[in-house]
Each structure stands twice: as structure tokens, then as C-alpha cells.
Design a protein around this ligand. Sequence first.
Ligand code: HEC
Length: 155
Amino acid sequence: MFRLSGFAFALALLSAVGLTVLSQPAAAADEPANVIKYRKQVMVANAAHITNIFSVLKGETSNAGHIAANARAIADGAAMIPDIFPAGSGIGDTAALPSIWQDWPKFEAAAKALQTAAMDLAAAGDSGDMAAIGAAAGGVGKACGGCHEPFRKKK
Ligand code: HEC
């Protein structure tokens, strides 16, 4: 009887703790290390989407119908870029250069350029014209490099 109620108590405690955690999801939100972790995830997701597109272009998969969706995901990711580089987030385990915040309008323009290039690729993907898709995919690659070159530390 005691054991059962002890178990019931432990369960109640566990669910209370669980609820507390759920009701306070912001406890570690936007801590400096998490800001950097999250933005790297967004970048890695961008890279995965462009890799998916190149898998079609290289003939590794016949899913040409997925190109536009991958391109739209890159455009959505590009729209997140200004949010994921808040002022002061250039310190820590990051390759972000101070030039980002010193030249913010140029950085924002580089994010916008990626968004535009990705939307062009989505349109090409919808058209199914493989030559246009190839050209637009090259444009997306250039937009990635167009920001990494001035704003990311060299490896
Ligand atoms: C407007 C600027 C900008 C654009 C556009 C951009 N990036 Fe980045 N990217 C960065 C910066 C700055 C970093 C370094 C982030 C850090 O270390 O905190 C980065 C980091 C990365 C990383 C390394 C992530 C890690 O785990 O360290 C990858 C991969 C990446 N970008 C891929 C891409 C791809 C692919 C594209 C195009 C589809 C792209 N990026 C477009 C600015 C940009």
C-alpha cells in the first residue's frame, strides 16, 4: 500500500515536473550558445535542401517533382536569416564575422538575394525545364557563396 502510494506520488511529481518544463519552454531559449546552435541547424537544413536538388540534377534520383518544394524550403530558410543573427551573437563557437553587424544592410541584402534565387529555382522547378533548373540552382549556389565570402570565417 505504501509502495503503491509512493509510486503514485513519484508519478504525480514526474508529471508536475514535466508540466513545469513544458509550461516554461523559454528557460534556455535564445541563450547565446543556443542562438548559434539553432542558426547552424538552419544553415545545415539549407545545405540539405540544395543537396537534394543536386541529387536530381546528377541523376541520382528521378524525383524532379521535389525540386520546387526543396527550393521553397531554402527561400523560407533565407527569410529566417535576419532573425538568427541577432546583434551580439558573434561570440562563441561561431564562424560568423563581425562584418555581419558592421554592415547589416549588406548582410540582409545577401539573405534577400538567396531568397530571390531560391524563388527563381522554385519557379524553374515548377516548369520542369531542366536547363532552367540547372541555371537557377547555380544561382542559388552563388547566393550562398555571396554571403559566406564576406561574412563567414574561412575554414
Ligand atoms: C546572408 C548570409 C548567408 C547566406 C545567404 C547563406 N549562409 Fe550559410 N552561413 C552564413 C554564416 C554567417 C555562417 C556561419 C554561422 C555560424 O558559424 O554561426 C554560415 C554557415 C553555414 C554552414 C555551416 C553550418 C555549421 O554547422 O557550422 C553551412 C553548411 C551553410 N552555411 C550552408 C549554406 C547554404 C547551402 C546556403 C545557400 C543555400 C547558405 N549557407 C546561405 C551565412 C549565410
